[in-house]
Write a protein that binds this ligand. Structure first.
Ligand SMILES: Cc1cc2nc3c(=O)[nH]c(=O)nc-3n(C[C@H](O)[C@H](O)[C@H](O)COP(=O)(O)OP(=O)(O)OC[C@H]3O[C@@H](n4cnc5c(N)ncnc54)[C@H](O)[C@@H]3O)c2cc1C
Length: 547
């Protein structure tokens, strides 16, 4: 174990965790006291998707529920692309994870039983055949994120730095041209603009997803795919990027910035209707509004395109006012801010990019293709989600694989550190930009064509068009990057463009419609592709020696 050391612009720790959502914070709390560690967030500590999760976290707790049932529902949603061993491994940890979260101070919603005892209240969401979603009213992510953040802030063994954006991973392949071991990261201090070296024996990507690649998204600004892009550049394989999940119901309002309306509203009897009150979901799936998200999002997209309308409506106003206010206090209050009283009338909704099912390939220990580099949470591809993530399985995945990573890291703390000298960031050939407009223009262009050409319903022609656009953008961004001093916008644009390219390439290579990938040229599942993930290999990928 090395102690935490900081020289000018240089930091040394045993473990560097990039990202402070459910994945990063829970890993830090599990490792604290066993080694020196640093956790970085590119904005304020609690800003990330975790904070905004509403519905909850799945776990087999209900009397009539079973591990097999949760496994089968997950496999079903994943359309034959889940790794069943990983699904079972994750699901089996559900109950333990909920207990661990309660020990960290997370207060979940309870209900009182007939005999007067209190038990966790379980709600139901799309794809789940039982009530198995543990929640804290309709702000579960906030309860988890703030509890974990407060534990971390009060823990003297955890070092935290906010407003630090990781730019690139540092590997022995880049430094010495041999093997491929991660030894740290170059990180920009957003308060000073300086790029600092964070050297570590183990580096963990916990950077979240990439939904900002689309014009409309339920995700916060942090979700720019940085971890996926950094891992790819470092030599990691990236898997199943065509499976981007669109949440069917985000509030449609010019100022709401696609505020997400939890699926639990449909679980509690909410209906999807057109402006004239017609229900339409049963025409698309016998499960109606409780069909998996991809089917609901596509049905809404279909209605919007068919009728040329801007939105559809979600109606739960037939339920008692008190029920709505107590189950969905935050959604109720937020909608009211925008002038919609959901206890009295339907609210307007549209789909928006929501979750990145693909990501950096990892194994059960959260290890990646690069030695001593781990990936946990939404940035990773574990095999849990397959072609479509089932609601409330992602927070569970963050916490389960953070726990797996912590066990592996702790077991390897005695291994000798890499003997490398990391050079400082080289700024000798760049100047301040006088062309910031290039960055803002390319941001807009990228997110617009991804929405139009690589969205909910795809065609080969549109994907090819997107590919030509992204190739051009990548060249422009590369040139810009090599001439000008970096900024947060430029770093994120460079990462998003790379992720967009990976999404398009993955989508072009899947000649079938399955789960979240729906392409008009190949409208059916190809049974020959059952269990076939889309695995992209970077040029510098070198398989790890089998130990
Ligand atoms: C509106 C909404 C509702 C959701 N509801 C649910 C739900 O009910 N149940 C469920 O299971 N899932 C839900 N999800 C999905 C779930 O919240 C996420 O998958 C999960 O929280 C991801 O956690 P994470 O720790 O991987 O990443 P995040 O919580 O997104 O955290 C990412 C962290 O990485 C940091 N970061 C990113 N890039 C860099 C960089 N370059 N340098 C430094 N730091 C960086 C960010 O600052 C942040 O701290 C929801 C998501 C959204 C957006």
């Amino acid at each position: 174990m090395v102690s935490s050391v900081q020289e000018f612009n240089k930091h040394y720790h045993d473990v560097l965790i990039i990202g402070s959502g459910a994945a990063g914070l829970s890993l830090a709390l599990r490792l604290a006291g066993h080694c020196s560690l640093m956790i970085l967030s590119k904005g304020p500590l609690t800003e990330g998707s975790t904070f905004y999760a509403q519905g909850g976290i799945s776990a087999v707790i209900g009397q009539y529920d079973s591990i097999d049932s949760h496994v089968n529902d997950t496999l079903d949603a994943g359309a034959n692309l889940c790794d069943e061993r990983i699904v079972r491994y994750t699901v089996e940890h559900g109950r333990h994870i909920i207990r661990w979260l309660q020990q960290q101070g997370v207060e979940f919603t309870h209900e009182t039983l007939a005999d007067g005892s209190a038990t966790l209240h379980l709600t139901r969401e799309g794809g789940h055949s039982h009530r198995r979603v543990v929640h804290a009213a309709d702000a579960t992510g906030k309860a988890i994120e703030t509890s974990l953040a407060s534990q971390a802030l009060n823990n003297p063994n955890i070092n935290i730095l906010e407003h630090r954006i990781a730019v690139d991973l540092i590997t022995t392949q880049k430094l010495l041209g041999k093997n491929n071991r991660c030894v740290g990261a170059y990180v920009q201090n957003l308060e000073t603009g300086r790029v600092e070296v964070f050297q570590a024996r183990f580096v963990v990507l916990a950077t979240g997803g990439a939904s900002k690649v689309y014009l409309y998204t339920s995700n916060p600004d942090t979700a720019s795919g940085d971890g996926i892009a950094m891992a790819w550049r470092a030599g990691c394989r990236v898997v199943n990027m065509e499976f981007m999940q669109f949440h069917p119901t985000c509030l449609y309002h010019s100022k709401a910035k696609t505020y997400l309306i939890t699926e639990a509203i449909r679980g509690e009897g909410g209906k999807l209707i057109l402006a004239d009150g017609t229900e339409f979901m049963h025409r698309f799936d016998p499960r109606g509004v409780l069909a998996p998200r991809d089917i609901v999002a596509r049905a809404i997209d279909h209605q919007m395109k068919r009728l040329g309308i801007d939105c559809v409506y979600l109606d739960i106003s037939h339920k008692p006012t008190e029920f709505i206010k107590s189950h969905f206090p935050n959604v109720y209050a937020r909608c009211l801010e925008f002038g919609y009283d959901m206890t009295k009338a339907p609210i307007p909704v549209v789909p928006a990019a929501h979750y990145t099912c693909g990501g950096v390939m990892t194994n059960r220990k959260a290890q990646t293709d690069v030695e001593n580099l781990f990936a946990i949470g939404e940035v990773s591809f574990t095999g849990l989600h397959g072609a479509n993530r089932m609601a409330s399985n992602s927070l569970l995945e963050c916490l389960v694989f953070a726990s797996s990573a912590s066990e592996d890291i702790m077991a390897r703390l005695e291994e000798p550190p890499a003997d490398v000298e990391i050079p400082p960031w080289d700024e000798s050939k760049v100047t301040d930009s006088d062309e910031e407009v290039v960055v803002s223009h390319n941001w807009d262009e990228l997110r617009r064509f991804m929405w139009d050409y690589v969205g909910i319903v795809r065609t080969t022609k549109r994907l090819q068009r997107a590919k030509r656009r992204v190739d051009l953008l990548l060249r422009e961004i590369d040139e810009y990057y090599s001439h000008f001093r970096i900024t947060r916008d430029l770093i994120e644009l460079r990462d998003l463009a790379l992720v967009a390219d990976l999404i398009i390439r993955s989508a072009l290579s899947r000649n079938e419609s399955r789960g979240l990938h729906y392409i008009l040229d190949y409208p059916h599942i190809d049974p020959k592709l059952d269990h076939a993930s889309t695995i992209l290999e970077p040029k510098n990928y070198c398989p790890l020696p089998v130990k």
